[in-house]
Ligand binder design. Sequence first.
Ligand SMILES: [Zn+2]
Ligand SMILES: [Zn+2]
Length: 920
Amino acid sequence: MEGRSKLEVELFRELGFIRKKCERCGSYFWTLNPDAKYCGGQPCVDYTFIGNPPSTITNVDRRIIRGEFLKFMEKEGHTIIKRYPVVARWRDDVYLVGASIYDFQPWVTNGIIPPPANPLTISQPCIRLTDIDNVGRSGRHLTEFEMMAHHAFNYPNRGVRIYWMDRTVELAFYFLTDVLGIPKEKVFFKEDWWSGGGNAGECFEVHVDGLEVATLVFMHYVERNGRLEEMENQIVDTGYGLERLVWLCNGTVTVYDAIFPNFIEDLRKVIGLETINVDVAKRVFSVAGRYDAKELGTIKYYSVLAKALNMDEEELIRMISPWESIYVLADHSRSLIFMLGDGVVPSNVGAGYLARLLIRRAYRALLRLGVDLSLADIVALELKEVLNDFPEYRDISDAILDMIQEEEKKYRQTLRKGRALIERRAKRLRQYKKDSFSLDDLIEFYDSHGLDPHFVKEEAEKYGIKVIIPEDFYAKLAERHQALQPKVKKAKISLDERLLSHLPPTRLLYYENPKLFEFKAKVLRTFERYLVLDATAFYPEGGGQPSDKGTIVTTDGKIVKVIDVQKVGNIVVHVLERKINIPPGTVVIGKVDVDRRLALMRSHTATHILLGAAKRVLGHHVWQAGASKGVERSHLDITHYKSISRDELDRIELLANKVVMDNRAVNVQIMPRDKAESKYGFTLYQGGIVPGKNIRVVEIENWDVQACGGTHCEHTGEIGLIKIIKADRIQDGVIRLEFTVGESAIKYIQHEEELLKNVAETLRSPVDKVYDALRKLKIRERNLRNELMRLKKLYIHVMSKNILSSMIRIRNYDILVKSVDLSRGDAITLAEEVAKNNPNAVVVLMGIEHENAIYLIVRLGDNAMKTLDARAIASKIASIIGGRAGGSRFFAQGGGITKIPIDEIVNKALDVVRSCIATT
Ligand SMILES: [Zn+2]
Ligand SMILES: [Zn+2]
């Protein structure tokens, strides 16, 4: 492979490192130990630090190691950078930050913007779900971890050379040996090759006592057409596993025991579990990491492990399975705190899906432990720890626990429904003589019904259905949902973009003066119905704000309407109502539809205000999930985990209108991306990513700051009024607030008032008493209805007595065929009454349902039904009127559409009954 050569650095020469070839895996590695045969990493060697930490500093926690690392790197010339959120809002290719370099992709790594400092050091919390199935088992896998790093960004073309391999290896080596006090001969550097995200380069894996504690990557290739080319930039990308270093220095049985001591002890006490047998656990976990549970499958994993340990398999499982659950709970709780704390709301899409997956796995672990605690109680245990180092989560703590509680409630309901569903599906399978659910079934159970495969297995086995769960089930699910689908931008207008080449960027007058509505500009080009000017005050559609409309007036007085405006690259294209030919260079006048634009500006500024109000009322977990600004109606979609109460909605509306009344200034400025990010944080990116080096920042004084390209009011008072119309849950975890502003809001309220006045007039009540009047009316209506029912019953009873006189007796049947002026329901009651009191009755009732629609009822008495069938009689009568009928032996009904007079049908029906009797 290209670029793979002997990686000798200054330090190795200076201290006399030896380059060796691992006798197990064949990799080259550097060591000071002349007897070393193996590369120093798993699976080539076992852990030797458990119970025997190699460092001089021990009994450490994350804070100590993180502090030592950053302090050391700072002393060595690095600037300490604040960590980024775990939700990668500045990127459109991933949801979550999986490594410290993600913070600087793509803007810094592409060289578009300078790094926040150079060289820099950071400890970045990361989320990775690729090894989720190994969490709790291997003793070392985590879904949340901090990647400590020092990065140097070299731009040799610009003469920027910070440092490269020599210095990087030196920093790693002296941090481990001088700061942590690890003996020099225990530090192994294994040569390797790294590639990812289209970049590649050599790397060193740094191992101590069998544990990989750091990776030092030298990124300097870019992959183009399957070939590696030298990059312009050379980036030192290092990653030190904070949790692994804490583990190494503590020498505990697992990484979990090293980093979650308080959580584990608290939970162990609640469960009443004995402390782990350290000798056995030490034996188990020093080899457990050698095997991949994900690859082997649970059952095989345990038998392989038991054999390797020379232990009884059942005893092994009994001993370690409660610990697995505890470790899973510790790890998942911490991941969830970071994810929810940084703005993920559990749902069935995107990052929300990943959060829900963690919640449900954690809940299952809790069920396995059989303790009487809620998942929110468990997460609270870890939250207490997290807050010590990340006090920024204090404001959102309640919301995190509330979200977990809501999810837990939902999941319990899901499981209840799931039991019934699995029973149905299992029974159906058995009917088809099948006896197992497939992987597709399992994925469908999870994705459509929220049922995890272990639950499905447990339930299905009750009905003798087999279920085989792939060991990397969750990793597979996470993989499917981890990568964002690249958004394909739909072109709003179809034009040959070559027509626009060579044209200069349009001067954007709507930014220079948002209240410029009439302007002069030079025509650069016309083609079909499209017009390009050198400057324009027409706002093109973008950022959820529709385009302006208006007119173009030519010097010879021609007026043509502008019906749409779109931005193509940095050129604004006006779409005209009809084709027009204006020679390039001609000056025209543009007139923007003022009312429309002002309404859109009010809506847009109101959207920002409402978001700020929703955050203050509902909590800091609220993010914008979408927005659309209209002239009459607009909407703002926000992330929220439950429905919004009427009271909350009122509070949001009131708060928003207070901001309007405050008449706060709306400031717009263009800022370098890194400055804006460090000043305002990532809440800037409410409307999604904004590309480029400089971003346009819209700030409503002390209320809301967003990166936004829209046009805004200069002061909030210009909005006049914000009226929320309704709030709907449009998808899991997303609420849509529909609202109207300014003139439209007044009209909306007037219309509502009008409706109320009409209601009051109809009720003959003053408007303020309308509710009482309506309630009284409802009570009266109910009483009347009850009275009517009583009378109807009485009427039918009396009628059933009178009707007997129309009965005719044929053989031993009492026949009653009659048309009645009753509803179908009442006619059925009447037929019942007659048949109940007369076992020989053959009752046929008919009536008009509406217009030409006739209904038909046949009811037989207990004796009559022994020899006759109501269905046969009803069907024959129905066929006379071209209709159908059905029912049971003693009762059938039907109907049809006919023009035949009902009396005539009655006569024919009587004939039908006669002929039926004749055949008995
Ligand atoms: Zn090896
Ligand atoms: Zn905006």
